[in-house]
Design a protein around this ligand. Structure first.
Ligand SMILES: [Zn+2]
Length: 69
C-alpha cells in the first residue's frame, strides 16, 4: 500500500503506558492501539477502530479508482 501522507493513522504496540484519548482507558505497554500522528493521539482498539476502518476504506476506494485509469 502506498503511503501518501506522513500522518496516516497506524495500528501499533504501545511503547509506554498512556490513556485512550476518547474514553480514557488505560493503554498498557505492549497493548495494541491506534495512533493518529495528525493529532498525536492514541486510541484504544474500541474507540480507534471505526475511524481506522474508515481510513482504510477511503484508501482502498482511491486505489480502486487509480487502477481503473
Ligand atoms: Zn477508548
Amino acid at each position: 500500500m502506498k503511503r501518501r501522507f506522513n500522518n496516516d493513522p497506524s495500528e501499533l504496540l504501545v511503547k509506554w503506558a498512556c490513556n485512550c484519548a476518547t474514553c480514557g482507558a488505560k493503554l498498557q505497554k505492549g497493548a495494541r492501539a491506534y495512533y493518529w500522528p495528525s493529532d498525536k493521539k492514541m486510541y484504544c482498539l474500541t474507540c480507534g477502530e471505526p475511524d481506522f476502518r474508515r481510513f482504510l476504506e477511503e484508501v482502498a476506494d482511491e486505489e480502486m479508482l487509480t487502477f481503473r485509469y
